[in-house]
Each structure stands twice: as C-alpha cells, then as structure tokens.
Write a protein that binds this ligand. Sequence first.
Ligand code: CP
Length: 302
Amino acid sequence: MSFLTTRGVPRRDLEEILDLAEEFTEVLSRPIPKVPALQGKLVANLFFENSTRTRLSFERATRALSADVMSFSAGGSSLSKGESLKDTAQTIEALGADLMVVRHKATGAPWRIAGWVECPVVNAGDGAHQHPTQAVLDCLTLRQRFGSLDGLRVAIVGDIRHSRVARSNVFAFTTLGARVILVAPKTLQPVSSAGWPADTADDLDAVLGEVDVVYLLRIQAERGGMSVFPSLPEYVSRYGLTPERFARLSPEGVVLHPGPMNRGVEISDTVAAHPRALILDQVANGVAIRMAVLFALLGGKG
Ligand code: CP
C-alpha cells in the first residue's frame, strides 16, 4: 500500500496515523529517541525537487525507527545521462529499497513510480497536486492545540492555485471535521474549486474575526504564482499577515505555515515569532507523523 493523497482517506485511517504519531512523539522525547521497529528495512528518499523539512524529517524518522536510509538527488544522478524516471525507480528498488519517498515537480510522478515498483511509495509532494504527510502533520498540530478538529474554522490564505499543501490539507482538515475557507485574490484561487469541500473568499480582513486558524501559504514563484497579481506590495497590503491583522484574531487563534516562509510577504517577522504561530511545532510534528506513516506502510513490529 502507498500513501499518495489525502483525498478519500477515511477519518479512522487519518486518526490512526495521528494516534500512532502521538506514540512516536513520546519516543522522540526519550533520552535515546529510537526504537528498533523497522530494523533491517531500507527507505529510499527520491527528491527530484528541493526540500529542507520533508527530506530531513523523513531521514530523521527513518533513523528513529532503526531503518536504513538511502538518498537520491536528481543533481549528480544518471538522469543527466538520459536515464528515465522508470529506470531510476526500478534501479533504486533493485538496490534493496523497501519503501520510496518521492518528491517531484511533475503532478502524478509518485503514482507513476508506484505503478513501476513493488514497494510502497509515499508522496512527499508532487507539483501543485498533493503533499499528504504535510497535511497529517498539520492535523496533528491542530489536534494537539485544540483537542480535535471538529468544528474548527480554518482559513487557508495565499497562493492556493499552485499549492499542493492546500490540495492535501483541505481534504484532511474537513475529513476530521473542520470547516475550510480558501482566501486569495481570484487569480490565486484554483481554476475550479468544484469538488473542494471549502468556501472561497477574496477579502482576508473580512474573514479574520471568523476563524480559529490562519494557514498561510507562500506565493509559489517557481510555478508562476508571481505573475498573476499586479505587484508584491499590493499583495502584501491585502493578504500579508501583519501584527495589526494578527491582533484581530480571537485570543485562541493560531497561525500555521508549511514553510518555507517568505517573511515580509505572507507573514511578518513579528507574527512568525509569536507563541501562537505554531510553525516550528509543525516541523517537529513532521518527524512523528513520518515515523507513523513509515511504520504503518512497512508493517513495523511492537
Ligand atoms: N513544507 C515543506 O514541504 O517544506 P520543504 O519544501 O522544505 O520540504
């Protein structure tokens, strides 16, 4: 079994991953933060696109489960000699990989690889399509803060059109009972949000007082996000989470961001440093969630 998308994943499966991640959070707090659950297994990280958080947290999660990790980067590989994606994936499986973690700029690449190899594949982000482990780590962060996502009101704000995080989170959040509103200028809304279980709005100021969570997204310049609004200062003036806007959240309201942040654009330095900005909690939860996913897919013991 692979983990490629949050769309269609039942609530009980998401909750099982969250419960397992809570157990691994306890493991990670021990003086020796390691268990032998996946001893002898080999996890291959295939990153065809850059990453800091996802790649390093999968590495940390793999080692914390006592599995071995093998890392592939597109730069420096035989892709430059014309090797295909299929041959690359099958080569890595022949080297002994028991599971592949795949990030690729092309939508659907992890699905293609899952069709070519026998081992499970985890989607670590494909184009503007899906980033399921990001979504579940965000669910864990909100569940830890609020006890449950049931009834939580979440605004996802920014470049939704080009965001795989938005496409994963909207399904995970709503499956767990949250209500989602997508806030962006019309040119950064999805071309069609038919099938998205969310409302849409283009006025952040009108929404701030109505939500418990502001989930900020950066503008995905690498996918053309900068070219669809008049100017960056105008975007910041309407959608940047400044201290003044932050002050209009409820006293319990929190801010999430998947990273990397573009400080001074979607989020100010002051807001990013606020105790109700849970951005580093999200990063830390990424390790426990990825341990839970690896454990579940590789049939870990104990
Ligand atoms: N949130 C996230 O996917 O960050 P990276 O691109 O650094 O992995």
